[in-house]
Write a protein that binds this ligand. Structure first.
Ligand code: MN
Length: 312
C-alpha cells in the first residue's frame, strides 16, 4: 500500500492574494483533480483572463473568509500572502514552489506539504495527474500550460527546469497548442495591456507583502512588453507607493520589468527605500531607480538581496 493524497470534497483550493495566472490555474487544476472548489483572493489580471477564455474555463469564485474551512494552499506558503482569516483555516496541504521563510502557515497538527524546486506550481499539479493516472482534458492542459508559461515567461527565465519544459510540452500537445512560443507571446501581449488600470491598480496587480522579523515590506512587480507606458506613470505610481507605505510598511518597492530586454528598474517609495535598494543590490540609483540587467524575477532576483539586507 502506498500513500495516496486525497482531500474532502468541501476542500477549497486557494491561490495567493493579487492572483496571477500560476496560482489561479493551479487552484483550478488541483480542484479538478482532487475534487473541491478553486478560489481566488482578488480580481483576475488580463493575462489570466486571456488564458481562461482561450480554453473556455470559468474563473474561480472569490473568497477571503477561510476561518474554520478545509483549505489546500497552492502557490504560496506565507501568511502575508493570504487573507488574515487563513491563519484560522484548517490547512490540509501546501503545494508550492516558493522559498520557505518567515510567516509560514504553521499548523497545530501534521499536514501534507509538497514544495518543489520547479518554476511553476502548475508543473507540480500536472505531475500529480500523471502520478495518479488521471487523464488531463484539453481545458485542464490549457490552463496548466498557461500557469507554466506565465511563471517562466514562456520557458525563458533561467530558473525554468527541464521538468517544467517537459511537462509544458506534454500539456501543449493535449491543449492543441502547436506553437508554444507564439502562445506565450500572446499571453505577454495580454498581460502588457494595462491601459484600463490606474497607477495604484498597477502597483497592486502583482504585489506581495514580506515580513522580516518586525520589518514589513511590500514589493510590486510590473512585467510588460510596453514598460515605457508604465514608466510614464512613474509620478503617480510613486504617489500611490507613498500612500500605501503609511499602512505599517518599513519600505515599499516596485519593479518595472521590461520583457523586451529582460532588464528591470527597481524603485522605492522614498529616499529611505532607495537607500535600502542601493545597499541590497550594491548599485547606485540612476534615473528612475536601481537598474538591474538580466534580472526579472521577484522570487529569484529581487527578494533574496532585500531579505539578506534586512536579516543581516
Ligand atoms: Mn507560481
Amino acid at each position: 500500500m502506498s500513500f495516496q493524497l486525497s482531500f474532502p470534497s468541501n476542500a477549497l483550493f486557494v491561490g495567493h492574494k493579487n492572483p496571477d495566472t500560476d496560482c489561479t490555474c493551479s487552484a483550478i487544476a488541483a480542484a479538478n483533480l482532487w475534487g473541491g472548489t478553486p478560489i481566488i483572493q482578488g480580481e483576475l489580471n488580463p493575462e489570466t483572463t486571456f488564458v481562461l477564455e482561450q480554453f473556455g474555463v470559468k474563473a474561480p469564485a472569490f473568497e477571503d473568509n477561510f476561518a474554520g474551512k478545509d483549505v489546500v494552499v497552492v502557490d504560496h506558503n506565507q501568511t502575508t500572502q493570504s487573507a488574515a482569516s487563513m491563519t484560522e483555516a484548517n490547512i490540509l496541504s501546501i503545494i508550492d514552489h516558493h522559498a520557505v521563510q518567515d510567516n509560514f502557515f504553521f499548523q497545530k497538527g501534521p499536514i501534507h506539504i509538497d514544495m518543489r524546486t520547479v518554476a511553476s506550481c502548475c508543473t507540480i499539479i500536472a505531475d500529480y495527474y500523471e502520478e495518479m493516472n488521471v487523464e488531463i482534458t484539453k481545458e485542464m492542459a490549457g490552463v496548466m500550460l498557461g500557469g507554466i508559461l506565465s511563471d517562466t515567461l514562456a520557458l525563458t527565465v533561467p530558473h525554468t527546469t527541464e521538468i517544467d519544459k517537459e511537462i509544458a510540452a506534454k500539456l501543449a500537445k493535449i491543449a492543441g497548442i502547436e506553437d508554444v512560443a507564439d502562445f506565450g507571446q500572446q499571453m505577454l501581449i495580454a498581460k502588457s495591456d494595462l491601459s484600463k488600470y490606474t497607477a495604484a491598480e498597477i502597483l497592486n496587480l502583482d504585489y506581495k507583502d514580506f515580513i522580516f522579523g518586525d520589518i514589513k515590506i511590500g514589493f510590486g512587480v510590473c512585467e510588460s512588453l510596453l514598460i515605457d507606458k508604465v514608466k510614464a506613470k512613474h509620478d503617480e505610481i510613486t504617489a500611490a507607493m507613498i500612500n500605501n507605505k503609511k499602512d505599517g510598511y518599513s519600505a515599499l518597492f516596485f519593479a518595472y520589468v521590461d520583457l523586451t530586454t529582460n532588464n528591470s528598474v527597481v524603485i522605492g517609495a522614498d529616499d529611505a527605500d532607495f537607500k535600502v535598494l542601493e545597499q541590497a543590490f550594491g548599485i547606485s540609483k540612476s534615473d528612475l531607480g536601481v537598474a538591474l540587467e538580466g534580472k526579472i524575477s521577484r522570487k529569484n532576483d529581487f527578494i533574496p538581496p532585500v531579505s539578506a539586507y534586512y536579516n543581516k
